[in-house]
Design a protein around this ligand. Structure first.
Ligand code: NAD
Ligand code: UFG
Length: 348
């Protein structure tokens, strides 16, 4: 019998790629998403890519803060596990509207955990973030590093991680995997699904992509005086399909072992500077990305990359793709969909 997986936030960037891998892996998937930062068109594309397996996907439009809707969903379907992506993720917005972030991310998760418990579904994979490491004292970041998020968004991730540890400690029937993602980029190689941020992108690659298709005149480079090989910040970019596969590995771990509550980094273990990333994108796309140098962005850290040992050893998962493939797939998605899931008229 195929397992039933509930995916919260499954219409979003990482969620849509993971849902596709789940369908292709033979799982039944139900998505709950309020579409606050996503489009149902992404789900139509996932269905096309999953072809015959698309009938194993269904979608409920609801907010995790609506406990009744959650309860109704769990009453109608018996889920074997939940992958929990749903959340708001803009660092800048979280500084302006911290209450919104606590309400959406923390209250939403508390509801989910309570309803799961009531219905006896006690297996969870949660999307945490490398942002919980703050400015690490050294690299690579191992899972034991102290947590010191520097913004409300990161604080919500830490709070949810803590809550998950508590829930599992108080009720040993729970099995929970907390995944700390580094910097997800790229898109499905088909170019049919990818990241489509609303408004002005905060993150490097969505911004680069919009410059490449002519939607923005230049990339502002935040900081060229870091203590790195070319002065720009270093991050651990990971292909979104590798990241999606990491979730399948985590699910298998939940189903096959008595894991308790464990945390894993999902990254490549390799650091890349902003300049290196932009150069790699220019090379694969053939597009020039005009740069405007600016000062450091407030709250940014210098160098962050993952130790991948624990995930490799215990989840039997390792990222396969390098930055050239990330840039190629990012460009394929961008050139096929310059306005994301919409048209120029809808967006501008
Ligand atoms: P995304 O915004 O594309 O996807 C999140 C989805 O959750 C969206 O479809 C949104 O509509 C939905 N959502 C938000 N609040 C909801 C609510 N209250 N009820 C129902 N649905 C809700 O973001 P993503 O990049 O796919 O990120 C997925 C998860 O991974 C998030 O929790 C994010 O914090 C985490 N994460 C992302 C990154 C990154 O750089 N993309 C890095 C580390 C961690
Ligand atoms: N950058 C620019 N110009 C831009 C955007 C970014 O120079 O227009 C630089 C940043 O200064 C940084 C690097 O590109 O040096 C990466 O920046 P991103 O915003 O893409 O990524 P961050 O590492 O700052 O943060 C992201 C997410 C967080 C998440 C973190 C770790 O925004 O939510 O990765 O997963 F927590």
């Amino acid at each position: 019998m195929s397992k039933n997986i509930l995916v919260t936030g499954g219409a979003g960037y990482i969620g849509s790629h993971t849902v596709l891998q789940l369908l292709l892996g033979g799982y039944n998937v139900v998505i709950i998403d309020n579409l606050v930062n996503s489009s149902e068109i992404a789900l139509d594309r996932v269905k096309q890519l999953a072809s015959d397996l698309s009938h194993n996907l269904s979608f409920i439009k609801a907010d995790l803060r609506d406990k009744e809707a959650l309860d109704k969903l769990f009453s109608s379907t018996k889920f074997d596990a939940v992958i929990h992506f749903a959340g708001l993720k803009s660092v800048a917005e979280s500084v302006q509207k911290p209450e919104l972030y606590y309400d959406n991310n923390v209250t939403g998760t508390n509801n989910l955990l309570e309803v799961m418990s009531v219905h006896g579904c006690k297996m969870l994979v949660f999307s945490s973030s490398a942002t919980v490491y703050g400015w690490p004292e050294k690299v690579p970041c191992t899972e034991e590093f102290p947590l010191s998020p520097t913004n409300p968004y990161g604080q919500t991730k830490r709070d949810i991680e803590d809550r998950c540890r508590d829930v599992q400690r108080l009720d040993g029937e729970w099995k929970i995997i907390l995944l700390r993602y580094f910097n997800p980029v790229g898109a499905h190689p088909s170019g049919d699904i990818g990241e489509d941020p609303r408004g002005i992108p905060n993150n490097l690659m969505p911004y680069v992509q919009q410059v490449a298709v002519g939607r923005r005149p230049h990339l502002t480079m935040y900081g060229s005086d870091y203590n790195t090989k070319d002065g720009t910040g270093v991050r651990d970019y990971i292909h979104v399909v590798d990241l999606a596969d990491g979730h399948i590995a985590a699910l298998k771990k939940l189903f096959d072992t008595d894991i308790g509550c464990e945390v894993y980094n999902l990254g490549t273990g390799k650091g890349t500077t902003v300049l290196e990333m932009v150069t790699a994108f220019e090379k694969t796309s053939g597009k020039k990305i005009p740069l405007v140098m600016a000062g450091r962005r407030s709250g940014d850290v210098e160098v962050v990359y993952a130790s991948t040992e624990k995930a490799e050893l215990e989840l039997n998962w390792k990222a396969k793709y390098g930055i050239e493939k990330m840039c190629r797939d990012q460009w394929n998605w961008a050139s096929k969909n310059p306005y994301g899931y919409y048209s120029a008229d809808d967006k501008e």
